[in-house]
Ligand binder design. Structure first.
Ligand SMILES: C[S@@+](CC[C@H](N)C(=O)[O-])C[C@H]1O[C@@H](n2cnc3c(N)ncnc32)[C@H](O)[C@@H]1O
Length: 245
């Protein structure tokens, strides 16, 4: 399931222009949950082509390392680093099997945990994330919303549609979503409930778990109006989660 991004490759960059992906919702919510990274070290997991890795550096992080399982995505991130060097380091690895890369003030992951293919894989990811944090450090992730409802509005007009989403998803059930980019593509991942996420994170040693619903930035509200965003905010496809070591 994870090697799927080797095929998706640079199509994922198209996704960056969709309303939900922009600083109006996703970036706004993620950076609100993360707080300041000024002068800090950050490990950015599932970094893809480095979209957030670069933004973390631009927001003042001192040392940023990006990790992704897909060689294609890391090759794209490295090409961008070569064209405009920011001092970013990139590694190819499954987060669950990551060799020690140091200890960081924070670990981030925008769209990672729902790619765990079993509870055991999820737990290994969480243990490895924990091992890469300084005591008191934070893990902030933005990922598929376990509370997404088949009965609520789909996110199609915001750029992503859940396909045949079940009314009562089972743990580990295969889920697909279509991205409405210039060249549309479908992604596949697994459903894990909030309880399963929390169990793995707590077993790995995390505490103070806080789920955060997406919010729209003032720029997003003034550009499109609250009414435009309401369906999305009523049934968002993704949520933020913050926890501490
Ligand atoms: C939707 S992309 C997000 C990329 C980036 N965070 C962003 O927001 O632009 C999800 C990424 O997770 C990566 N991924 C999936 N499973 C992974 C795993 N087990 N370990 C590391 N990366 C993984 C994929 O290769 C893909 O690049």
């Amino acid at each position: 399931m994870s090697a799927q991004y080797d095929q998706i490759g640079e199509k994922v960059a198209d996704w960056d222009v969709l309303p939900v992906r922009s600083e109006y919702i996703e970036g706004h919510t993620f950076f609100q949950a993360l707080g300041s990274v000024e002068g800090q070290s950050v490990l950015d997991l599932a970094c893809g082509d480095g979209l957030y890795t670069r933004q973390l550096k631009a927001r003042g992080a001192q040392w940023v390392v990006g990790v992704d399982i897909s060689e294609e995505m890391i090759a794209s991130a490295r090409r961008q680093e070569e064209a405009r060097p920011l001092g970013l380091e990139y590694r190819v690895s499954d987060v669950a099997d990551m060799a020690p890369l140091g200890v960081f003030d924070c670990v981030t992951a925008v769209y990672l945990l729902h790619y765990a293919h079993s509870p055991e894989h999820l737990l290994r990811m969480c243990r490895n994330i924990h091992a890469h944090l300084k005591p008191g450090g934070r893990f902030v992730t933005y990922a598929f919303n376990p509370g997404f409802s088949a009965k609520g509005p789909n996110s199609t007009r915001y750029g992503i549609s859940m396909l045949d989403f079940p009314e009562a998803p089972r743990e580990g059930q295969a889920i697909s979503a279509e991205l409405h980019t210039k060249t549309p593509f479908t992604i596949h991942f697994s459903y894990w409930s909030r309880a399963t996420h929390e169990q793995a994170l707590r077993e790995a040693g995390f505490q103070h778990l806080t789920w955060m619903q997406p919010e729209c930035s003032p720029e997003g509200l003034s550009r499109f109006g609250r009414e435009f965003w309401q369906d999305y905010l009523d049934n968002p496809h993704a949520v933020a989660l913050r926890c501490e070591r």
